[in-house]
Write a protein that binds this ligand. Structure first.
Ligand code: AMP
Length: 552
C-alpha cells in the first residue's frame, strides 16, 4: 500500500520560498573588498536572484548547463547559489587557491558555459580562459566602478547585467533528483573528481544540519561561515541558514585575518561560526594576545582536518565557546559526523568525556558509517578496532561526474572515504589515519604525487617521496624525502628553489630530508605509512611561513 502524502519535490527553490515568506527581513551581510559592510535582506537577495535568473536565460544557458564561480563568500555569490540552481542550471564553485592549470582542467572537465568571478581574480581568469573553448561568457562580480582594468575582452559587469532585468521570474518546477551544484575534490589520488549534488540531497543535508544535535540553527542565530563557499557549499550554510531564518554574515576574502574575524563576530553578534582548525587556532591566539572577548559567540564548528583537543578545551574553558568537532567530505555533502554530547556522557569519568569530545563525533542522521577490515568485513565498534571508514546515505555521492555521461567509479553499496577510523559502542568516531595519498594543510589539499613528480625531474634526485608531516598550526605540511643520485650533492635550498614557481607557494615542502633509501611495499609502491611513522613528527613544533594566510 502506498502512503497518501503529497509528492512535493525537495528543491532548493523551496528553501528560498520558505525564507522569503517567513524570514523576509532577516539580513545577509557581506564584508566588501574595501572593508565596508553590504546589508540586504533575504527578500532583497532573492529579488536579485530573480533578476539574475532572467539574465542567465538571456545569456542563452540551457537546462543543466554549468555556471561557474571564482568567488569569496559574499552576497553576490549567495545570489548565484539560488539563481543558477533554482533556474535549472548547475552551480559549479571553483577553488581559486588551486594552481591555475588545475582550475582550467576542472572548468574544462565540467564544461562550464559561463564564469562569474570576483574582480581580483582577473589575472587568473585571463590565464585560464584561453584553455576553455566551451566557455561563452565571463562576468565580473562588480559594479562598473569595480571592474578590473585587465581581463578577457567582452567580460560583462554583474551589476550592469542585472540592471535591466525584471524582478519577476517563474522558477521552473524541478525534478528533485536533478543536479543543483558541482564541486570538485582533489582529496584523492589522480585527477580531481566532480561531486554532483542534487536538489534533494542538498535539502536533506540542510535539514540534517539544522537538527538540534547537529548545528541546531534557529531563527535567532547569526551564522558566519569562514569556510569558503567553494568548499563543499560552505558546508551547507547558504542553505541551512535561510531554512532556519538565521541571519547570515559573509566575510569576503579576509576571513583568515583574526582581527577582522573578531570585529565581524563582535559587531554582528554572530552566534555560530564554521571553519577549519587553522582559523580557530589563529583566532584563539589573537583573543589571548589582545584580551578581547566574544560573549555572543556560542558555538564554533570545526572540521576539514582533525582539531587538536587543546583548541576545543581552550575555547570552552577560557572563552565559554562550545567547539563542535565535525568530520565530512565533498562526497558526503559534507556533514558525516558531528560532535555533541550524548545522553549518559555526563556520568562518564572526565578523561572519557574529554576523549569523546575530541573525537570527530557521531554519525549525523542521513549518514551511516561503518569500518571494515582488509577482508571487507565490518570491524567491531569497540573504540579500539580500526578499519577503512565507509559511508552511505541520501547525501553521499553514488558516482563522480563524467562529461560524457559515463558514470565513473560508482560506489555501489558503500562509499570508501579513504580515511581510517575507530568507532566506539556509543557511535563516537575517531579518525586515526588516511589511506589516500594527499596532504591537507590549513583545510586545502596539496598533491603529494604532483610534488614527487616535479622533484624527480631535478637531475640530482633519484627518488622522492612527499608525506604529510604533522604541524601545530596548519594541521599538516608537506615534507620532501629524497634519495640523491650517486655523487650528487644538491642541498635543501637548491631543491626547494627548483620547485618554487612550478607549484603555488603554499605547496612548497617545509623541509627536505636526505636518505639512503626509501622503503617500498610488497607491490613496489613507496611505503608512505612507514615514512609517516618515521618522519610525521619532525615539523610539528616548527614555525612555517604563512603561505595560506597571504592568499586570504
Ligand atoms: P574534502 O573532500 O576536501 O572536504 O576533504 C575530506 C577529507 O578531509 C576527509 O576524508 C578527511 O581525510 C579530512 N577531514 C575532514 N574532516 C576531518 C576531521 N574532523 N578530522 C580529520 N580529518 C578530517
Amino acid at each position: 500500500m502506498q502512503g497518501l502524502m503529497m509528492d512535493v519535490p525537495l528543491s532548493i527553490t523551496s528553501v528560498m520560498r520558505h525564507a522569503e515568506r517567513n524570514h523576509a527581513e532577516r539580513e545577509v551581510i557581506a564584508l566588501t573588498a574595501d572593508g565596508g559592510l553590504k546589508r540586504q535582506t533575504y527578500t532583497e537577495t532573492f529579488r536579485r536572484a530573480r533578476r539574475l535568473a532572467n539574465a542567465l536565460a538571456r545569456l542563452g544557458l540551457a537546462p543543466g548547463d554549468r555556471g561557474a564561480t571564482l568567488a569569496w563568500n559574499d552576497s553576490r555569490h549567495m545570489e548565484l547559489y539560488y539563481a543558477v540552481s533554482c533556474a535549472g542550471y548547475v552551480l559549479h564553485t571553483l577553488n581559486p587557491r588551486l594552481p591555475p592549470r588545475q582550475i582550467a582542467w576542472i572548468a574544462h572537465h565540467a564544461g562550464d558555459r559561463c564564469l562569474f568571478a570576483d574582480p581580483e581574480f582577473a589575472p587568473l581568469v585571463a590565464a585560464i580562459t584561453p584553455q576553455l573553448p566551451e566557455l561563452r561568457t565571463v562576468i565580473f562580480l562588480a559594479d562598473p566602478r569595480g571592474m578590473p582594468v585587465s581581463g578577457p575582452e567582452n567580460a560583462l559587469c554583474y551589476e550592469q547585467l542585472l540592471e535591466p532585468e525584471s524582478e519577476h521570474f517563474d522558477w521552473p518546477a524541478l525534478d528533485e533528483r536533478s543536479a543543483s551544484s558541482l564541486c570538485y575534490t582533489s582529496g584523492t589520488t589522480g585527477d580531481p573528481k566532480g561531486v554532483l549534488y542534487s536538489h534533494r540531497s542538498t535539502v536533506l543535508h540542510a535539514m540534517a544540519a539544522n537538527m538540534a544535535d547537529v548545528m541546531g540553527t534557529r531563527s535567532t542565530d547569526c551564522v558566519l561561515p569562514v569556510v569558503p563557499m567553494f568548499h563543499v557549499n560552505a558546508w551547507g550554510t547558504p542553505y541551512f541558514a535561510p531554512m532556519a531564518g538565521a541571519k547570515l554574515v559573509l566575510p569576503g576574502r579576509r576571513a583568515g585575518d583574526p582581527a577582522t574575524l573578531c570585529d565581524l563576530i563582535d559587531g554582528e553578534q554572530v552566534t555560530l561560526s564554521l571553519g577549519v582548525p587553522t582559523v580557530w587556532l589563529a583566532l584563539l591566539q589573537y583573543l589571548e594576545q589582545t584580551g578581547r572577548r566574544l560573549p555572543g559567540l556560542a558555538r564554533v564548528v570545526v572540521g576539514g582536518s582533525a582539531c587538536p583537543e587543546a583548541i576545543i578545551d581552550a575555547f570552552r574553558d577560557r572563552h565559554g565557546i562550545e567547539v563542535h568537532h565535525a568530520w565530512g567530505m565533498t562526497e558526503t555533502s559534507p556533514l558525516g559526523s558531528f560532535n555533541t554530547p550524548r545522553a549518559g556522557d555526563e556520568r562518564l569519568p572526565e578523561t572519557d568525556r574529554r576523549q569523546r569530545r575530541a573525537s570527530q563525533g557521531r554519525a549525523v542522521f542521513g549518514i551511516e558509517l561503518r569500518i571494515v577490515g582488509d577482508d571487507g568485513r565490518e570491524q567491531a565498534r569497540d573504540g579500539r578496532s580500526c578499519g577503512a571508514l565507509q559511508a552511505r546515505g541520501p547525501f553521499v555521492a553514488s558516482a563522480y561526474y563524467a562529461p560524457d555521461g559515463l558514470v565513473t567509479a560508482q560506489h555501489r553499496e558503500w562509499f570508501d572515504t579513504g580515511d581510517v577510523a575507530a568507532i566506539d559502542a556509543a557511535g563516537y568516531m575517531r579518525i586515526t589515519d588516511r589511506t589516500k595519498d594527499v596532504i591537507k594543510s590549513g583545510g586545502e589539499w596539496i598533491s603529494s604525487i604532483e610534488l614527487e613528480n616535479l622533484a624527480v625531474a631535478h637531475p640530482a634526485i633519484a627518488e622522492a617521496a612527499v608525506i604529510a608531516a604533522q604541524h601545530e598550526r596548519w594541521g599538516e605540511r608537506p615534507l620532501l624525502i629524497v634519495v640523491r643520485e650517486r655523487g650528487c650533492t644538491a642541498q635543501r635550498d637548491e631543491i626547494l628553489q627548483f620547485l618554487a614557481g612550478r607549484v603555488p607557494g603554499w605547496w612548497l615542502p617545509d623541509d627536505v630530508i636526505f636518505v639512503e633509501g626509501i622503503p617500498h611495499t610488497a607491490t613496489g609502491k613507496i611505503d608512505k605509512r612507514a615514512l609517516r611513522r618515521e618522519y610525521a613528527e619532525v615539523l610539528r613544533q616548527r614555525p612555517s611561513a604563512d603561505p595560506l594566510l597571504s592568499m586570504r
